[in-house]
Design a protein around this ligand. Structure first.
Ligand code: COA
Length: 247
């Protein structure tokens, strides 16, 4: 299944895989791709499944489309074209896993930051060169990158445009594993399968709690738990544990 010319989508039992597929432009994220990502989000909001995000051609994404960015004006900036798209991906009910191979720059990096779990490859080059283009990284990096790697490194990446390699990204926790591309994709599928075996309601509640602002805690945790404590699936899973046969 393909939701657009540049976004290839495959639906699997445990996950949906979406591949940015515009290698001739290094998977630069243009308006069509943003629209396609919104359509994909609409599907995943209707029928929640873990999303695996990847890029074709040994690249994740070389950023927002600079040809389109150059034409945008103040009103376009305020519309938050990429910002809202990535926020919607971030807020998807089930986890999002990014397999980040090769370049993930600018908006491409911000798309990766919007994932819950990131797996890199040895070719990974990730960073935010926006200030060199006369703009800021306005699609999540100024706060999400800081949350992921902490203020000192986020400031360095955003203020200097320094691009991290795989080893640096791993050391910073920006990716949790570095694997060869095929193995990285296989690992993402294993993670999706593991998640699929867990209780979906509990996974979705955990994600909502993880994404909630600090001052929403602990009320949100208690509210989510209250709902789950009444669920037949919790009863079933706990009973299965307590009555399991010991060998
Ligand atoms: N937006 C629009 N087009 C882009 C693009 C982007 N972010 N990144 C690459 N392209 C296009 C190039 O213009 C080129 O198009 P052309 O063949 O019509 O001339 C094509 O993709 C190939 O790019 P090229 O630079 O020749 O590939 P490369 O493999 O030598 O280098 C990169 C790859 C990623 C290092 C380089 O393309 C790059 O620096 N891209 C911009 C990164 C950036 O600043 N991103 C932040 C944007 S917010």
């Amino acid at each position: 299944m393909r939701v657009s010319r540049t976004l290839r989508v495959e639906v699997h039992e445990t996950h949906v895989r979406a591949t940015l597929d515009r290698p001739e432009k290094r998977n630069a994220i243009d308006r069509d791709l943003v629209d396609a990502l919104h359509s994909l989000c609409a599907e995943l909001e209707r029928e929640p499944r873990t999303l695996i995000l990847t890029g074709a051609g040994g690249i994740f994404a070389a950023g927002a489309d600079i040809a389109q960015l150059r034409e945008r004006r103040a009103a376009d900036a305020l519309e938050g074209i990429n910002t809202h798209c990535f926020a919607r991906i971030r807020a998807l009910p089930m986890p999002v896993i990014a397999v980040v191979d090769g370049y993930a720059l600018g908006g491409g990096a911000e798309l990766a930051y919007a994932a819950d779990i990131r797996i890199g490859t040895p070719a990974l080059r990730i960073g935010n060169p926006e200030t060199g283009l006369g703009i800021i990284a306005a699609a999540g990096a100024t706060w999400r990158l800081r949350e992921i790697v902490g203020e000192p490194l986020a400031a360095e990446i955003l203020l200097t445009g320094r691009v991290l390699d795989a080893a640096e990204a791993l050391a910073a926790g920006l990716v949790t594993q570095v694997l060869e591309p095929d193995e990285a994709r296989a690992e993402a599928e294993r993670i999706a399968a593991r998640i699929a075996a867990l209780d979906h309601a509990a996974t979705q509640a955990t994600k909502r709690a993880l994404l909630a602002p600090r001052d929403a805690h602990p009320a949100i945790d208690l509210h989510e738990q209250a709902v789950l404590f009444e669920s037949p699936e919790k009863e079933r899973r706990m009973t299965a544990f307590l009555e399991r046969k010991r060998t």
